[in-house]
Design a binder for this molecule. Sequence first.
Ligand code: ADP
Ligand code: ZN
Ligand code: ZN
Length: 732
Amino acid sequence: MIAEVIVDITNSEVDKVFDYNTGNLNVLTGSRVSVPFGNRKIEGLVIALKEKSDFPEEKIKTIAEVLDDFPALTKESLNLVNYIANRYSVSKASAIRLFLPAEMRRGRVSEKQVEFVSINENISFEDVLSSISKSAKKQLSAIKALKEKGRIRATILRQEYGAGAVKALTEKNLVIIDKIRVNRLPYSEMLSERKFVTLTNTQNNAIESINSTQKRVTLLHGVTGSGKTEVYLELISQVIKMGKTAIMLVPEISLTPQMFKQLRGRFNELCAILHSGLSAGERFDEWSRLRSGEAKIAIGARSAVFAPLENLGLIIIDEEHDGSYESESSPRYSTIDIAKMRAEYNDCKLVIGSATPSIESYMKANSGEYNIAKMPERINKKPLPEIIVADMRQEIRRGNNSYFSSVMKEELENTLNAGKQAIIFLNRRGFSQQVICRECGYVAKCTTCDVSLNYHKAGDLLKCHYCGANYKMLDACPECGSSNLNLIGTGTQKIVTELKNLFPNAKIARMDNDTTQNKEGHFKILNSFANHECDILVGTQMIAKGHDFPNVVLVGILDADMSLHFSDYRSNERTYQLLTQVAGRSGRAGDKGKVVLQTYSPQNAVLRFAMNYDYDNFFDREIAIRKATHFPPFALIIRVLVESPDDAKAMDGLKQVYFALKDLKDANANEFLFFNKMKSPIKRLKNKYRYQVLMRIRPNNDKIRDKIYEIVSSFKLDNTFINVEENPSNLS
Ligand code: ADP
Ligand code: ZN
Ligand code: ZN
């Protein structure tokens, strides 16, 4: 037989597929193999088998070794590799990497094997005893212990009875040492008890709706605290009973340990966790448990959508609106799209859940493409927290220049006096900075795009990241004439200092990228807050997601405006989602929760909708804006980014790509809603000069989209990197 092998050469953009003889090895499609290549051996993956090669027989080498005793990639995975390679114009080799734990390539980890000692069963126990001299006390004790326990770890046996004794027994062939594979089970300390609940009618209806619909995808739209998790668990339990498997995706696993705890509590070792915070060995073991069928439920962040499960019965994407489901490095795949492909292939359901669905998903639910199940109330009809708005313009007029409004101080005081906990949320993202008028709340926007302008220190300019327009920095507010203009944004450190002055007796913890270098760090801070070892938690986006802290009765949102004015067409959507999610942390058990929302624009429509938990009206307004301004889902934004450490080369690359794309645009003028070339807003990043072609094309035109990829990938320029991004969330 001839095997077509993709050799794993990093940094190669092109696939190298070579024919190899399988010799007398048991080679299967999907097997990892070691093959002779030049005068060395490298790893490869068998993508197909065939009877004959087109190359002359004497030129074909033979596979040296099959690396695993099972094919690493399933048939389904190989299908997906082809799809991803075509869809995102990447090499198959790089698509394959998505499906294998990085540790597995280049044999960096191996199965964890442990030596166990047991008595040689081919010799009767009397003979064993009589073969040991009466004076060899340690050997005798060791044999008795083995007789009693069956088998004992070699390291332990040596510790207790001495290495000499174990060696003597082995040499006399009285005992046998076996290597046995054991799994490194991550978070085993987290094995938790199952919580038994009786599902509510609403939960049962949601499950019924998901099970009975003919549609592939169901959007589970349930407010925060409506009990979506129990719905997921029940659905998983049903497919497991049918002998099938399931994938459950969450935005950031290390920030939501509760979800994993609940899965473990219910399904024990049937579930495996996949995420980057695990040690290499753990990750490999969890992957192997899934691949071998020993584990049937994969839980993890985005990349777990590639979990090596066969016979899938269900895929769940929790918090489906979350930005982390879009990959930010090549291949820039959409997790929902991959999940849909897998659901099609396995003929199973895909459930995407959220309290604040993405505009795109909700539009699909409205149009009937998705089934929708709603859970509009919290469990036990607990009220959603009351949201109090603090108008920061008034605070300033009253002479309060602090970061905290008077109502925020008052509510914090009440919370601390009652022995409860509070979360103070700050909205921060990336480098972007907007200019705000502190008197009237005005924020400068692009006249054609209706997104906020970004301040750029270099040149003292305001820039639109979507069309490249430049505006002069303002001296005074065009609305009210005030010169009290300020950049939005304050650091968490300053906030904590002021809080400490206000409440000297309160214990305050801070969580942001500065305090938590690693995921372990997040986990520790969250844990100590959950155990009420501190009273106030100050943090950024990372404290907004999914946590269930029963003692929190107050959430303070400083600068609710921040995210409204990110120069991103999704800023309204992101703001609504963020506010709802953060507010949802308050009052989850017992007492009613409150939220204080500080803003310079209390009349802002998005804030008003969020305050009233009015998703439907928020959606109607937002979808109308998107339609009028030709933004997604009524357009597909494509950015082709050209980067090079050499400015002239970057510029030259841009020109070439631009003219090639322009031909496409000219031939299909109707399909393009916007088309231009420009410097990137941040002209030089990480020592590379950056230029871009920015386009908006009509949505669902796969032909044009694929053509753009094709054109871009046809350029192979010296020391110049060209990338395609679809609806990028960061346009800097
Ligand atoms: P969501 O994911 O929708 O925000 P959760 O699944 O976290 O909501 O549920 C909120 C709370 O309600 C949790 O503490 C959960 O244990 C509890 N809960 C869920 N379903 C039930 C039920 N049927 N009966 C009692 N408590 C429930
Ligand atoms: Zn003003
Ligand atoms: Zn613009």
